[in-house]
Design a protein around this ligand. Sequence first.
Ligand code: ACO
Length: 434
Amino acid sequence: MSTDAETPKIAKLKIGDKELDLPIIEGTEGNIAVDIRNLRKETGAVTFDPGFGNTAGTLSKITFLNGEEGILRYSGYPIEELAQKSTFLEVAWLLIHQELPTADQLEGFEHEIRYHTMLHEDFKRFFSSLPKEGHPMALCAATASALSAFYPDVKFDDPEEHRWKAAVRLLAKFPTIAAYSFKHSIGQPFMFPRNSFSYTENVMHMMFSNPCEEYTPDPVAAKVLDLLLILHADHEQNCSTSTVRTVGSAQANLFASVSAGISALWGPLHGGANQKVIEMLIAIHEGGKTARQFMDMAKDKSSGVRLMGFGHRVYKNYDPRAKILKKACHDVLARLGSSTPLLDIALELEEIALHDDYFIQRKLYPNVDFYSGIIYQALNIPIDMFTVFFAMGRMPGWISQWLEFHRDPHSKITRPRQIYMGATLRHYVPVNER
Ligand code: ACO
């Protein structure tokens, strides 16, 4: 295939004798895509792209990501500025509306979120029917899906204001769901949300307080949690977001679609990596292996070991979120007075990787999960809750991408093709003749 120099809006594709003009779509940041929507109709051929690493499934106005240069922007705003100056709920509004809220809009939105945090009392029975040992991501996915049963009026073709209500409910109730899944695992009573607290203070209160004594959330911890949620809020068409869009493309409701996204995020190659990173650092710390010995294993394909929190499908440069979190790690550990052995190991692993040919050649850098677990741990968040916090942060991204899909007149049900490589026609043989 070649791009026509005189008419750069067209790419030419030749298959045998047949030549096809394929329009080129140009994004606002200059990135281009070859529009192959007529390819199969015109030629009978399809494209082959496992993992969809070269395929854009949608036009989107939500998030811009340049993996070569390590750039991430939500609706044009650099992640570094939002991390420093914004709040999670403001970012949530930005992602959903693609504009920053006015002061009145933000106040109204915060009020709406605050007044939708409670869960139906019957959820207590729902939780009590699930095993205490179950991973909290399983509980969170099940509960998000169960919201459809508690709010059966939520439908795909709802008017916009009903969809907004479903979005508010998800954003507001997810911290309660997260905290209940933790309380359930340790057998403590569920704590109601408190309207006097901020979003992150509230989740800390619901997780760490109990009915027997007063609890005041630590403002340093609440601030850094808010930062973590901002950094996780959206990341364009990643695995879980594509899952939310795919499920939503069948006209499944928002709760059901997001529940599928939570399940996808749980995987260790995706959001579940934050748990795996800390387990890896602890294993190195306790297991008597040096960082260099571990790195040798990570480079040896037969070991089955990967350096968790390293590498990314899109970033071939330092993940800008990891850069912010690395600095936050130092600040938080210093301010909370926590010890730093795991951070020291992480820094050593990174230092080795950044000077090692294996990692340099493959452009493997720390991703968002490499440093986040160290902060969660300093905040006393249990390890199996790390990915739940990732899900809490990603909620506005999933919601905004689901809403964008349904507002897009070109949206279609997701249904990729395949190249069949199995047996050709053969005829059934009765079992006693085989
Ligand atoms: N440690 C060691 N080698 C690695 C790592 C790693 N963390 N990541 C990639 N590689 C190697 C692969 O073995 C492969 O080597 P090869 O070319 O010799 O075969 C090469 O780098 C390319 O890797 P792929 O797996 O093909 O890259 P892909 O884009 O499919 O995968 C992924 C990206 C899944 C993130 C991968 O880098 C990985 O497994 N990282 C560890 C898990 C992780 O941190 N996941 C979180 C990602 S961020 C997020 O989802 C929120």
